[in-house]
Design a protein around this ligand. Structure first.
Ligand code: TXA
Ligand code: MG
Length: 343
């Protein structure tokens, strides 16, 4: 199929809406990452998403709505906590898991009795949803297993010729996928950290649990609550290892490695230059928002280099967006993490 390239203007937004209303697939910008959208009511259209991405059938999709007011007409009455989160963070990078309405086909929920719903803040994304006249099911617009796309160029790299159109809405501001919170139980559970932080959620809801999958490798056989969290993800082709320890020890360690690249904080670049074949920075050590924004583009860049190993420096844990950065890095690394010790 020949993929149409659309621009961020009124005519092309209408064109995107028309393709979607007719059962096609369109790569669309959002504030988090680019999504690969289809009509959420159309099981056949949704099925094409899984084929285009090479996505496992058991990984459910997020349903995107144009306005917070569209939630109740879609899913029926919602809890007080859902209303409070929507009022505080929508439109924005937050996905809430709620009971699935009958109108949404099983293809979207991968057979689960719940769906994720999100109202994005990217104006173009919302205009495309409105133009299509339906809610849009959309996973990140990468080939399965690749880092999520944060630019038009990334989507084209992964999906050219496999989707009907891609709309260029510039570079994504947040840079990591939305926060996913399960709102179906007594206590809300954070399933995937993102731009709406744990601190943000707790400031509105009080108690919020953190699912094990966020911070640790899943033990085999354990049931996962967000099916997407069990796959090695966001990963460049070469294996990634997170390195902790002082910058001096890390520099020494890197000198002994063969054909390696490192992803580090801006202020570490000087010390690591010359210790390995390529040094890539992704923001200052305390500038976690820039790190989130640059992380996936940096991981993709490593695939253009002929390196055999990638090492990465991770920010220290807290309850802000660094949780999302650490989580995506750990997933890229398949939870391979080591401390370079002193003598
Ligand atoms: O920021 C985002 O959320 C982007 C943009 C396009 O909106 N979308 C995105 O979708 O990241 P995707 O499919 O790559 O990730 C969706 C995540 C997966 O981990 C999936 O397992 C989880 O949300 N999820 C979706 N529906 C769920 C459900 N009903 N219960 C539990 N987890 C669910
Ligand atoms: Mg994804």
């Amino acid at each position: 199929m020949k993929t149409e390239y659309l621009q961020n203007n009124a005519d092309d937004i209408l064109r995107a809406g028309e393709i979607l209303a007719n059962g096609g697939l369109v790569g669309i910008p959002t504030e988090t990452v680019y999504g690969l959208a289809a009509n959420a009511f159309d099981a056949e259209a949704v099925g094409k998403i899984f084929v285009a991405k090479g996505r496992p059938q058991d990984n459910p999709l997020i349903v995107h709505i144009a306005s917070p007011e569209d939630l109740e007409p879609l899913v029926g009455e919602v809890s007080e906590s859902v209303k409070r989160l929507a009022a505080a963070f929508w439109p924005g990078p937050l996905t809430m898991i709620v009971p699935k309405p009958r109108e949404i086909p099983d293809a979207v929920s991968a057979g689960l009795s719940t769906i994720g719903v999100r109202c994005p803040s990217h104006e173009t994304a919302r205009a495309i949803i409105r133009a299509s006249g339906v809610p849009l099911a959309a996973p990140s617009a990468n080939r399965s297993g690749r880092p999520s796309p944060t630019s038009f160029h990334h989507v084209r790299e992964d999906l050219d010729g496999r989707v009907d159109a891609i709309l260029d809405g510039g570079v994504c501001q947040v840079g990591v996928e939305s926060t996913v919170v399960d709102m179906t139980g007594e206590v809300p559970v954070l399933l995937r950290p993102g731009g709406v932080t744990l601190r943000d959620l707790r400031s509105v809801l009080g108690e919020v649990e953190v699912d094990e999958a966020v911070t640790g490798e899943l033990t085999p056989g354990r049931r996962v609550r967000a099916p997407g969290m069990k796959y090695r993800h966001y990963a460049p082709k070469a294996p990634v290892t997170i390195l902790d320890g002082t910058i001096e020890k890390v520099a020494e360690y890197l000198k002994q490695q063969h054909n390696a690249a490192v992803l580090c904080f801006t202020e570490e670049a000087e010390a690591l230059k010359g210790c390995c074949d390529h040094v890539e920075t992704y923001g200052g050590e305390s500038d976690t928002e820039t790190m989130a924004q640059s992380l996936f583009a940096a991981l993709r860049k490593f695939d253009e280099l002929a390196v055999e190993q990638i090492f990465a420096r991770a920010p220290s844990a807290g309850d802000g967006i660094e949780l999302a950065v650490i989580n995506r890095l750990e997933k890229a690394a398949g939870f391979s993490r080591m401390t370079v010790e002193g003598e």
